[in-house]
Design a protein around this ligand. Structure first.
Ligand SMILES: [Mg+2]
Length: 174
């Protein structure tokens, strides 16, 4: 696999974030999560998460799996999300820079090998995680609505996903 493709390849793929059950994470040797916000935890531009996401976060809390938000959204909106989710959020330069992730690791106090970056986009979430060398999880997007600029990125993303699928890395997403 060439270097660029390797940087975009997630280690794991799940259809939705709440498929990352504590037992599955334990089996993968992951004990903390850095989580994207838009279309990973909430529908695009929303602030209220679906019930499944809230139940899943509660499950993680009870299992002692700490979580930190790493989102490129505006700081005011991220502030609101922190309150809704009652979770810490890392500041710093936007993904695909690994800056926010590095800060999130300090907040979580966990080791990079056991802290996964989870998100719905290859060119921000997965790329940032791979640049830092942490395990990466690609999730299916929570909602089908996305702004035009993201839909454009998705078209390119689909090509990369197809190339990765040919190499047996991730299943093709519809
Ligand atoms: Mg996202």
């Amino acid at each position: 696999m060439n270097r660029l493709l390797r940087l975009l390849a997630p280690r794991y793929y799940v259809p939705a974030v709440f498929d990352l059950t504590p037992s599955r994470l334990r089996a993968w040797g992951i004990e903390a999560l850095m989580l994207d916000l838009d279309n990973t935890l909430v529908a695009w531009g929303e602030i209220e998460p679906p019930d499944e996401v809230l139940a899943w976060l509660e499950d993680l809390r009870q299992s002692g799996i700490p979580v930190c938000l790493v989102s490129n959204t505006l700081s005011r909106r991220l502030g609101a999300a922190k309150v809704v989710f009652d979770l810490p959020a890392a500041g710093g330069r936007s993904k695909p820079s690994a800056d926010k992730l590095r800060r999130a690791l300090r907040i979580l106090g966990t080791s990079p090998e056991r802290t996964a970056m989870v998100g719905d986009q290859l060119f921000t979430d997965v790329l940032a995680g791979n640049r830092l060398g942490v395990p990466t999880v690609l999730t299916g997007p929570l909602s089908s609505y996305e702004p035009l600029r993201v839909r454009f990125v998705r078209a390119i993303e689909r090509l990369v996903l197809r190339a990765l699928a040919r190499k047996g890395v991730v299943p093709v997403r519809q």
